[in-house]
Design a binder for this molecule. Sequence first.
Ligand SMILES: Cc1cc2nc3c(=O)[nH]c(=O)nc-3n(C[C@H](O)[C@H](O)[C@H](O)COP(=O)(O)OP(=O)(O)OC[C@H]3O[C@@H](n4cnc5c(N)ncnc54)[C@H](O)[C@@H]3O)c2cc1C
Length: 321
Amino acid sequence: MGAILIVAELQNGTIREASYELASFAHKIAGDRPVKSIVLGQDVAGAAETFASKGGGDVCLVDGETTANYSSDAYKQAILKAVEATDAEIVLLSNTPSGWDVAPRLAVAMDAAFVSDCFDVSDEGGKPVFLRRVFNGKLDARVVPNAERIVATMQPGATAPYEGSTSGSVTALDIDFGSLGARFVEIRTAESKGVDLTKADVIVSGGRGVGDPEKFPEVIQPLADALGGAMGASRPVVDAGWLPHEYQVGSSGQVVTPKLYIACGISGAIQHLVGMKGSNFIIAINKDGDAPIFEVADLGVVADLFEVVPALTDAVKTAKG
Ligand SMILES: Cc1cc2nc3c(=O)[nH]c(=O)nc-3n(C[C@H](O)[C@H](O)[C@H](O)COP(=O)(O)OP(=O)(O)OC[C@H]3O[C@@H](n4cnc5c(N)ncnc54)[C@H](O)[C@@H]3O)c2cc1C
């Protein structure tokens, strides 16, 4: 049986937690398949050794200036070389900006089936079966790829990181990248407006259910102010330009652990939960009693946020005198 190849990602020189989660998924479905990995970067031999012993198995190392930063073209070439070297049939990547950029390119080049944004995978009779949310998280789709080779991206935070040990060796791949279609220029960090959610004891977050950018200063911010906390948001709010990115809580925003987190009009998609489920006490206000946010809430209010939040703000102000 062909191998499962994990495409590891690094952050500040160390393997990201999401890659250890890929190792969990890979070992879960491995059966007789060997689990192997690729680690790309610059000066990352140490990280590759670590990953080889903590879930990655045999690691293909691509270490050099060309792979120091993500590049669609270079990463695609390197991963394809690792697919060839490991005889991989299943390639697992994290559903991150680089993962979702390179994964479909790989699938085309490998003539493989492509499954994106999965939150689970299981083995059924030697075949991997992927689960992904559809219809805005209301339904789960079971995807059984009908192909010899599969490329899949898995949601960060959807499973626990691999905790076992593996005995793998690290082999450097020598790649002639030739002339690349794109090259890395620089990373520009967005200017901060001074909101640091990671330091707030209380966060009141608004989601798409708030419905209107003007309702954030009118309804959400006053409750945050009354509680002496900060305002946060889900990603659609930021994507719509209603609030800057520094307000975003979740896998592609801030990971926060306040004493109190109040989610208003937020459904509870896994990418949001990853960013706030470590909060000490969670209150969810949502008019849909089936919203997944209630699964992590300590206190749930099934109601219209425009009735509950202003009433709560008044009650807090009154209680504080
Ligand atoms: C790679 C990737 C990364 C992502 N990263 C993030 C991330 O970092 N953070 C993040 O938040 N999302 C992220 N997402 C998006 C995520 O999948 C969800 O789409 C998003 O979290 C949904 O936001 P929401 O809950 O505000 O909106 P929706 O899912 O549309 O939910 C709105 C909710 O509001 C409720 N509602 C509507 N009106 C009212 C009302 N008047 N009163 C009370 N409740 C009401 C509805 O019942 C519904 O549950 C990411 C997605 C991907 C693919």
